[in-house]
Design a protein around this ligand. Structure first.
Ligand SMILES: Cc1cc2nc3c(=O)[nH]c(=O)nc-3n(C[C@H](O)[C@H](O)[C@H](O)COP(=O)(O)OP(=O)(O)OC[C@H]3O[C@@H](n4cnc5c(N)ncnc54)[C@H](O)[C@@H]3O)c2cc1C
Length: 446
């Protein structure tokens, strides 16, 4: 028997690792572990992401049952679960899809060691991204740190190998893995095996729903025109689905390729940030550019609290933070504005904002979140230069001219109850940030 371990790939269809496991013969036993190392750290026990994973795992188990098999679901510490599986089932091999986050890499190394004691191989596959960091490299070698040349090489690599797909020719790298052909290699099960309930894991329903991953042609073809306006539902909401693999990145990239180049560009940003994390794992903890470690953050607690609660007196910042707190989503344009306000105007360490987003975002993904925050604070790869500071008033005029987004999330806006002045006004905050950044960077470089 071989075991396939699902993690951030909660689907059967077009699943690279599952395909390779099935191809190897069988019988194949699929497993999933609710990882206590991750769950125990979550600050809220009403976490919509845990609910979403639970729902998706339940759906996945149902799908396996339709093929006469089942998904074995555990709740525990992965090393303990793997010791149990190794000794009770004695699998011939264990397969999975690669996860590039520092915790996952360490966990997988430990699991591989544990299995190797009984000479059980642990094999992993690329599934979460289109390209890994060693597949898109500079001509002279080494990873890109600037998006535009990365994107060009990414596209060139994509088109460097074409294969037939039905009537069409598509990139080899976007071709789906036909898992369906080999599902007869699944272990026949009499099941159904129980799935731990949310309550058994100490969680309760959150009342927040993850919206479906949009596929409508209209939305996709108009993505480039609508995506910057937060009052318009013009983006795909693919985030949580790509994060947990309830949709395949290859399938979504094919869809983007045939509908909207700007959307494909966003998926390339996703690969880019994943590649940065793979090539420069130090970014998970600190600035890509070490000189930015010298910025003397003010970190005023009261300001951080007001930012988190959406009470800064900057309408678009407050609307964004309240949207995040209520729904687990914030529009990308507004993410950039709130991140800029926190790091530049309030001079609060980007890592505090990063952590707040990590706790709240339904689509939370270490690589993209970290990349977005370092971009805003200035110390990341291909970041905006520190002296370019978002003016929240002109962003408001440009992207939410009629205040539709603001009024939806800040109902008291325009009344006496809304602050007349921001906690830090633009000119004061901008001048202070310019001075503080300039001095700190000059000192670091001297
Ligand atoms: C400070 C900050 C933090 C962010 N944190 C995250 C995060 O934790 N997880 C996350 O997936 N994205 C993050 N982003 C990127 C982006 O804001 C979201 O991917 C996007 O808003 C999600 O909405 P959507 O699914 O409707 O995206 P769409 O605009 O419809 O884009 C489609 C998909 O492309 C990818 N994508 C889009 N923009 C980016 C981007 N700039 N960087 C990387 N991938 C992108 C996502 O997978 C997204 O689901 C962050 C951006 C900023 C500025």
């Amino acid at each position: 028997m071989t075991i396939f371990w699902h993690r951030r790939d909660l689907r059967i269809s077009d699943n690279a690792g599952l395909y390779h496991t099935l191809l190897g013969g069988g019988p194949v036993l699929p497993v999933f572990i609710f990882d206590r190392n991750i769950l125990d750290e979550l600050p809220s026990k009403k976490d919509a992401r845990v609910e979403f994973i639970h729902d998706s795992v339940t759906e996945l188990a149902k799908a396996y049952r339709e093929y006469g098999s089942d998904l074995r679901v555990f709740y525990g510490y992965p090393l303990e679960v793997w010791e149990f599986l190794r000794d009770s089932l004695r699998p011939e091999a264990v397969y999975t899809n690669r996860d590039y986050e520092p915790y996952a890499l360490e966990r997988d190394r430990a699991v591989a060691n544990l299995l190797s004691i009984r000479e059980i191989p642990f094999r992993d596959y690329k599934d979460h991204v289109i390209f890994e960091s060693d597949e898109v490299q500079k001509k002279a070698g080494g990873p890109y740190t600037v998006y535009t040349p990365y994107m060009r090489t990414w596209l060139r690599t994509l088109d460097s190998r074409l294969v037939s797909f039905g009537e069409e020719k598509i990139s080899y790298f976007l071709k789906p893995y036909p898992t369906e052909r080999y599902l007869h290699h699944l272990l026949p099960e009499k099941g159904p095996y129980p799935i731990p309930t949310l309550a058994e894991m100490g969680f309760a329903p959150s009342g927040v729903e993850v919206p479906p991953a949009a596929e409508g042609r209209d939305l996709l073809t108009h993505y480039d025109q609508n995506r910057d306006f937060p009052a318009v539902a013009g983006t795909t909401r693919w985030g949580p689905h790509l994060r947990h693999g309830t949709v395949s990145i290859r399938e979504r990239a094919r869809l983007a390729r045939t509908t909207n180049d700007t959307l494909l560009g966003e998926l390339i940003w996703r690969d880019f940030y994943s590649n940065i994390l793979q090539a420069f794992p130090h970014v998970a903890k600190g600035n890509y550019r070490p000189e930015y470690d010298h910025i003397p953050w003010i970190n005023k607690e009261e300001h951080f609290r007001l930012w988190c609660e959406g009470k800064t007196g900057v309408p678009i910042v407050d609307a964004g933070m309240r949207q995040l707190n209520a729904t687990g989503f914030m529009h990308n344009r507004v993410r950039m504005i709130v991140a800029s306000y926190l790091t530049k105007h309030l001079l609060i360490d980007w890592r505090l904002g990063e952590k707040y987003f990590a706790d709240k975002l339904l689509c939370y993904e270490l690589a993209s979140n970290n990349g977005g925050w370092q971009w805003a604070a200035g110390g990341g790869v291909d970041a905006q230069p520190y002296f370019r500071i978002f003016n929240f008033d002109s962003q408001q005029r440009k992207f939410d001219k009629e205040y539709r987004y603001v009024k939806r999330w800040v109902p008291e806006y325009g009344t006496e109850s809304y602050p007349q002045e921001p906690i830090v006004p633009h000119k004061f905050g901008r001048d202070r940030a310019l001075r503080v950044y300039k001095e700190a960077l000059a000192e670091a470089r001297s």
